[in-house]
Structure formats: structure tokens, C-alpha cells
Ligand binder design. Sequence first.
Ligand SMILES: [Zn+2]
Length: 405
Amino acid sequence: MKGQNLQSPTNREFRKREARHTILTLIHAQGAISQTGIAAKTKIRPGTIQMLVNELIDDRLVRKTGEGESRGGRRPTLLEVDPDHHFAIGLFAEEKKITGGLVNLKGTIVNFKELKNLNHKSQDEFVESAAEIVHELLHDFPGKEDLLGIGIGIPGLVDRKNGIGIRCNYYDWWKNIPVRSLLQDKIGATFYIENDTRTAAIGEKWYGKGKGIKNFLYISLGETVGMAIVINGDLYYGFGESAGELGHTIIQIDGDRCTCGNRGCAEAMASGTALKRKAGVLYREGVQSLIFDDIKQNKEITLDKIIDAVILNDKVAYNLISETGENIGIAVGNMVNILNPELIILDGSLMRAKDVLTESIVKSIKTHCFPKPAAEAKVLPSELGARSGILGASSLVTRQLFEMR
Ligand SMILES: [Zn+2]
């Protein structure tokens, strides 16, 4: 009976779908490959490869591109992903802004939109902003029917399976919000949801410094401290999907009070929020610095102001940032000891001061970490910067096509 089941049409259809997925994944991973090359790397029969490749070309997912090396006979035709007929939208939600990009199958952002100075007071306002960006991205875009779906990176704890934003420190109203169903109902597209830091790490894995790296840490340094862990090429989530809370590892017993209730967390000691607080103390003590130049007009110390001052070689700002780097380096060094990553990618708004911050983090890792993993871990600033979130969010969609199952 089992044998009969295996031959059922449903099973044949399933095998065909899997073979098609394998071929497309391989073409994507290789960049360019011939049908003979596909046959050599898979167990799929040449006749089936021919049929499925033609199908992929008809569906405008694959196209022919030049000729490969001949091994005696005719030069083989190479195949590559056809980038310009299918698109995904990547949305990235931050505290006061949402950015969005229409992204082709090679990871080029072909249309970009941004909504700034947002202050959402309810889930409806948030959904409204997301819908506005999607509407603008698709406006005048001729291939609406070729939109594969929309990915979104949202802050805080996320229940990916049920598409729920569990909680987020930016907004007190953000508790168990059914983000995916709200957006799908409003916008009418398939949505994929992920936590913001992990979304950006996916962007790095597919298109940035993490490409081809099996074990890396992605660290986001902004108002808060975020981390995503990639192990053996996959994101590591942990049992309850809360792995990677670098910001709440304790770097000083009885240190500053953290939002989590503990004391001495990395986030309390070395986040953008902590930086502003420490700068405020210096201001009240009467310390002179470019940071405080127009504080009377603005009435507020901003991260931008601190970083601008560092760039202008202000000593006080330099000390604040390098102390932040040293503290972050203690937390990161502990991760390096435990996980022995090949690479640590640094990103986030604080990385506008990347020279000072990277140098102090590297120095601190070397000082506080076991020498072997410390020497093996490269520390690099992200080159994608703000694009990592959009590309990662769009990859939540396109990886359904291109990731081995
Ligand atoms: Zn904490």
C-alpha cells in the first residue's frame, strides 16, 4: 500500500515542486549555472531539469545568460535568476519612522519610501502608516501582479508563527498586536513578520557582510542594544524565541538601573539612551563640550549631537563614545567566548561614530575575552546600514523561493 501511495499524483506533484524549488535555489546560490551543472549537483534527471527550467523561464523567474566553458562539445547555456519580473516589499519599522523598499530578485531596491517623525498612538495609526508606504511604493509601479509578498521587521518580541507583536518598549499600547492579520486585511498581500534586529541580520546574511559566513553575530547599537545570532547559516532563536538579549547581559554588578528591572545591563550602561543620560550629567556639572552648544534652543541632548561632536574631535564626546564601546565590548566578549563567531557585524544609529566605536569595541574584546576566539572574530561595521532592514524584510518573502527547505 505504501508503494501505491508514493506513486499517487499528489506525491508526484509534491516531488516536482520540490525539484523545481531545488533548481531555482541552486541557480540563485550559484549566480549562473548550466543545466549540466544542475544535473551534476542534484539527483534530478536531465529530462526533468529541462522541463522545469523551461517552466521557470516561462514564469520569468529564470533567464538565459551567456555561455559557459565547453568541455569538448557545445558551449552550455548558463541560467540565472531573472531579477526584474517579480518583486517583494520590505518594510522596517523603527521608533519614529518606517522605511520601505520595493526590491527585485537580486536585492536591488528599485523604489524607496520613508515616513519620518511618526508618533503612533494606536495600532490603527501604525497600520495606516504601513499601508501608506506600501501604497506609495506600488503607485505607478506597472507590475503589481508580480508582487510576491511583503516582509516587515517590527521592534520588540515577536510571535512569528501567529504574526503577533508581543510587546515593544517604544509604545506602551503595543501589547499582543496581531500585526500580520491587521496588515493583510488592510493591504491585501501576504505578510511575513520578524523582529527588527533579526530582520536586519537576514539582510546582512543575504546581501551584506554576512554573505557566505556560517557563524556571525549582528549587533545593533542605537537607543537600545540588539543582537541576532547566526549559527551554521541559520538564525538562532532559542526555546522561547528570545535568544540574543545582549542588552540585558550584566556587565557591572550594581551598575545603572535598566528598564528590565535589573542593574548593570549592557543596555543601561552602554546604549544610546545611556549615552544621552551620561551626557546630561556632564552638562549639569558644567562640563564644556560641542554637545551642549545649542542645548538651550533644543532643550534636549540628542544622539546626533553627541555623534556630530565626536566627528568634530570633541574630547568629551570621544570619551563618552569610547566608554560606550568598551562596555559593549565586555558584553560582546562574553558572546565571543561562548559562541566563537567568525564575524561580528556592527550596525545601528550609533555607528555613525563607527571609527571610535569599532576601535573601542575591538580593544575591549581583546582585553576581556579568551585570546583564541578573540583573535578569530573579525569586527566590521555594516556596509548596508539602513538598507539592511529593508533587504532583510524583503528576504523574508524571497527566501521562500531561494532557501533550501
Ligand atoms: Zn536589562
